[in-house]
Design a protein around this ligand. Structure first.
Ligand code: UTP
Length: 292
């Protein structure tokens, strides 16, 4: 599918990462040598996305700056002959067209997506959460886009998790219609494990249609005052099918401190320049730890 636009909701407070996220958006915390959100934008670009719509908030404009050009820095690097760094900096500034819209209050993910509606037009669009990093080829969002093209319907990424973990996620109920593809019958946000309809957790990748925006616009806030994307999708079921699919690649929840560390270690081990040295460093640490 020609999926040209992607929405990146990045307006949350990142409370799980305090105090690190007090003045710095958690989406800009580095994983090895790139901010977390750059991995997510790169995935979208690899799937053909040309325009990134960041839903941001007060204090988070450094995110859109990261994907803009920085002419002063470029001049500085050019004058000193630092060609490699200049290329790195230019490439980030050129990877995507940037649009920023504001979510004036953090009223939930569904509310964040709704803020992008005025710049979305009437085509399907991707939504990628900056917390969910998926490393792999082909890009995970590209798999969802293929299925959206085949079905003409919204598509959600899902992943099997243990029954104990399902209460941290949105969850789907549905029939598997082909390997790794489900027609969704219902969606539940953070179910009690005893009553969860499946162990299929909703992961932060979606291909949505204008019908979902219409459903979201009519979705009331939940008891916590937030408009949930899961609830908007549940309401979309009344207007037509919704599909869910698994995706290629390894996923990390970078909004969570422990998984952020796992992402750092695994990505560092695979890094072409740092990997071998980092592996030796870890081995030394374990040897020392065993001796004490
Ligand atoms: P999270 O719930 O993981 O992010 O939402 P959060 O609220 O920033 O983090 P915690 O839970 O307090 O630690 C997933 C993504 O949706 C965005 C967040 O910025 C994050 O990238 N989001 C969430 C919004 O843009 N607006 C919201 O109202 C809520």
């Amino acid at each position: 599918m020609n999926l040209r636009r992607a929405v990146f909701p990045v307006a949350g407070y990142g409370t799980r990462f305090l105090p690190a996220s007090k003045a710095i958006p958690k989406e800009l915390l580095p994983i090895v040598d790139k901010p977390a959100v750059q991995y997510v934008v790169e995935e979208a670009v690899a799937a053909g996305v040309e325009t990134a719509i960041f839903v941001t908030a007060e204090g988070k404009s450094a995110i859109e700056d990261h994907f803009d050009r920085n002419l002063r820095l470029e001049t500085f690097l050019a004058e000193r002959g630092k060609r490699d760094l200049l290329d790195v900096v230019r490439q980030v500034g050129a990877m995507v067209q940037v649009v920023a819209v504001r979510q004036k209050e953090a009223l939930g993910l569904g509310h964040a997506v709704l803020q992008a509606a005025p710049v979305l037009g009437d085509e399907p669009f991707a939504v990628l959460l900056g917390d969910d990093i998926i490393i792999g080829q082909p890009p995970a969002i590209g798999r969802l886009a293929e299925l959206a093209l085949e079905t003409g319907a919204p598509v959600i990424a899902v992943m099997e998790v243990s029954p104990a973990e399902i209460s941290h996620y949105g969850c789907i109920a549905g029939e598997e219609v082909s390997a790794g593809v489900w027609r969704v019958r219902d969606l539940v946000e953070k179910p009690d494990p005893a009553h969860a309809p499946s162990n299929l957790a909703i992961i932060g990748r979606y291909v949505l249609t204008p019908a979902v925006l219409q459903a979201l616009a009519a979705t009331p806030p939940d008891r916590g005052g937030e408009i949930q994307l899961t609830e908007g999708l549940r309401r979309t079921l009344a207007t037509g099918p919704v599909y869910a699919c698994t995706f290629p690649g390894k996923r990390f929840d970078a909004g969570n401190k422990a998984d952020f560390l796992r992402a750092t270690v695994e990505i560092a081990l695979d890094h072409p320049e740092l990997g071998a040295g980092f592996r030796r460093m870890l081995e030394d640490l374990f040897v020392k730890a065993e001796k004490t």
